[in-house]
Structures are given as C-alpha cells and as structure tokens.
Design a protein around this ligand. Sequence first.
Ligand SMILES: C=CC1=C(C)c2cc3[nH]c(cc4nc(cc5[nH]c(cc1n2)c(C)c5CCC(=O)O)C(CCC(=O)O)=C4C)c(C)c3C=C
Ligand SMILES: [Fe+2]
Length: 445
Amino acid sequence: MSKQTPDRQTPGRKAPQERPPERQSPDGQTPQTPQTLELSRRRLLGTVGAAGAAGLVVGGTGGALGVAAAQDDAPKPLTTLGSTEVAFRPARAKQQAGITTPLQAKGHLVAFDLTPGSGRKEAAALLRRWSRTAEELMAGHAPHADTGVALDAGPSSLTVTFGFGHSFFDRTGLTKHRPSQLDPLPDFSADALDPRRSNGDLWIQIGADDALVAFHALRALQKEAAGTARLRWQMNGFNRTPGATAQPMTARNLMGQVDGTNNPKPSDPDFDARIFVGRDTEQAWMRGGSYAVVRRIRMLLDEWEKQPLHKQEKVIGRRKSNGAPLTGGSETTPMRLDANGPDGLPVIPADAHARVAAPESNQGAAMLRRPFSFHDGFRDDGAPDAGLLFVCWQADPLRAFTQIQRKLDRGDALSVFLRHEASGLYAVPPAAEAGDYVGRPLLEG
Ligand SMILES: C=CC1=C(C)c2cc3[nH]c(cc4nc(cc5[nH]c(cc1n2)c(C)c5CCC(=O)O)C(CCC(=O)O)=C4C)c(C)c3C=C
Ligand SMILES: [Fe+2]
C-alpha cells in the first residue's frame, strides 16, 4: 500500500483527480479520488495488514505456488466510490461541503433542539465536538469509542453540513445576530406542514455514497449531542448510486423525471452571488455561507402514474426520456418559452413546472436544488409514503425559494400531485478555518 502524499491544499490528503463531468465541482470541494490504493480509514489499514500477513505466511511455506496464492488472496482495493474523500475544510472555497458536492447515494437530514439549560456556551462546545467528529469521519477515520458500523469502508464521499434555525438565536441570547433571511417562510396554500417534523434549533445534512457510512455519521453526531441537544426530527433519503448508469447523468426523481437539469452551475458568472452570502451582509459571520430551505414533499404517485406520458411531459414541460424541453433539442438545450404549436398554444404550457419555476418567470430568481428522494413505507390506504426531500441553497431565501414557491403555488401543473408536509429554513455558515469549528465566529464572536 502506498503512503498518502501531502498536497498543498490539505495536509495529508491527495490532490483532486480528474472526475467525470457530472461529478466535478471546480470549487475545491470535488471529492478526491485516489488512483492508487490510498485508504485513509485507519481500521482498514489493520484489515489489509492482517490479510497481507496471512499471504506472507503462505509464501514462506509454499515457494512459487505460495506466491501465486498470496497474490490471489491479496485484498482487492476499494473502488473509487469508497475511497473518495471530500474535504471538511475546502482549500479553494469558503462554503461547507455538501452544497456544491455532487449528489450522494444516501442522505440523512436531522434537526436538534437545545435542551432546557443549554445556552450559548453549551452550543459552542457541541459545535466544536461535532466539527471535530465530522472532519475525522469525512477523512475516513473512526471517532473515539466507535460503534464499528463503518469499520470496513472508506470515506465514501461523506459530507456533514451544519446549520442554525430561527429558534437557535433566542435560545442562545444571540437574537441580535439573527439574519433577517431566517424570518419564517410565508404560508403557501398547498402546505400541510407538520410542526413536529419542521424547523429546529440546529440542522445537519449528512450525505455519503454508502448507507453504513452515512448512518455511522448520523449516530456518532447524535450521541455527541447528548445532554446538550435533543433530536427533533430526522429524515432519510437516497439518490442513484454513482456507477449505476453507464455514464454520469442527471438524477431522476421518484416520478421518473430527469431532475436537476437547469440548476445554476458553479461556472455561471453569477453563481456565487446567487448561492452564497456576499460581503455586504450585516451578519459578518454568514459571509461565504448559504441558506438552506428543506421541504418534505410527498408525491401522490398513484395519481401521477395514472397520467399518460404526454400529459406527464406537459406537466413538467420536458421529455421524460431524456429531460429535453418540449420545444426540442437535448437535455441541455434551452427551453423556448415563446414557441407556439400549430394550435397557437405555447408548446411548453403556461402552467408547466419548468416554465413557472424558471428564472425568466421569476425576475431572475434561481436556487441550487440538491434533493434526496425518500420512501418511508406505505400509508394506510396503500399509497407510497414517498417523494422528495427538497433541499435548496441560496444567498437569500426571500428572493429565491419564496419567490418561486409563491409562483408555483398560484399556477403549477405539478402541484396537484404534491403535498408539502414539513419545512425548515437554516443559516449555514461558511466552513471552519484551520483549527476552528463551524459557527465559532457567531458563537464566540
Ligand atoms: C420552490 C421551488 C421548487 C420546488 C418546491 C420544486 C419541487 C419539485 N420539482 C420537481 C421536478 C422538477 N423540477 C424541475 C425544475 C425546476 N424546479 C424548480 C423549483 C422547485 N421545484 C426550479 C427553479 C426548476 C428549474 C426551472 C428552470 O430554470 O428551467 C424539473 C425540470 C428539470 C430541471 O431543470 O431540473 C423537474 C423534473 C419535483 C418532482 C418537485 C417536488 C417533489
Ligand atoms: Fe422543480
């Protein structure tokens, strides 16, 4: 096994490798995929060491035959999926990991409330503990007193992202540091929100390409909250596993649509201004951070699946097969919103979801959508309790999520197939600097 070579960005870590287009992000948060066998999970070193030793014993007693057997028995390297590592402290970006990081196969969203008696000091100590553990786990190391759940796996693109909810600031005496962007979202007519599964003082998004690695992180962080914060709600989600398709492709949701096509791209000139908080903010601790809106949106799949394909495509304004706009071309061809058909009607209907949500219909508003699908079994009537854990990122929720959701609320053909059941809005500060923890400038500033 080769030793890890320190690089200039992150001591002790490999330099980023070439990635396929969909999973690239030019912001220093590209998961790092070692080409050679570079396993950072310490416990895995132990495993390989033991197997290697066994091979040597065979070689020592069996001559040439023994060497062949030793080679056959040699442990296989992890795939790049398991050994891919995302930096907790990105070298070339201010934001936390898990925002521009490519979608992972498994996700947990979890909110905590501070326990009575826990204030700013306790919250600071918790964020310090959480940051240390998140950094260790993302590097593929086991935390102290580990459960062993992820013992055999590499980092698997694990990301852990921390945020603060509206109620956090009153509980910690930090009300004057609460950004106005955290003001509660307005009510929308389609809302059927469950308050017990909404909001919360603290929020964590966990993503990984391996389910055990993701659960391991969830459990480690939950245990570290004991005595300071209590779990308020928790949701589990998933996306397609990298490698499941022949080439990298935009994800599909549980309605079968290609979902994520017209997301803003990090290469867009206005990407940072749209997604990340700029220098002009009154709350300096949020500079380089972002606001996350989280919605549990159940899909009425029994109704949706009864619709013929051409109707489903009109609801979205795009082809189900490849995500191309109904006005033609391929997935990445821009929609021609002004095109009319032979009947004189718009080819992309006036209430098509993609039209109503587009920046052109919303004074330029845009957000970065980074969802997970969910499936929590079946309801009493046999309908799947399934849909989208819609997570979107923006510099200002009022001018992005709220603006677009208001518009969707008034005339979106998709909304009759959806139920918004839970909601949260969180201030997600920038990544911690070296030796620091996430949120220190707020908690100790
Ligand atoms: C308030 C914001 C949005 C909610 C809520 C939302 C829910 C939602 N969307 C889909 C499926 C698709 N959405 C698509 C595009 C799209 N959606 C939003 C916003 C919300 N969606 C935006 C801003 C856009 C981009 C519009 C544009 O610029 O063209 C698409 C088309 C493909 C794509 O661009 O991603 C699909 C499909 C579901 C299923 C859903 C709730 C469950
Ligand atoms: Fe959408």
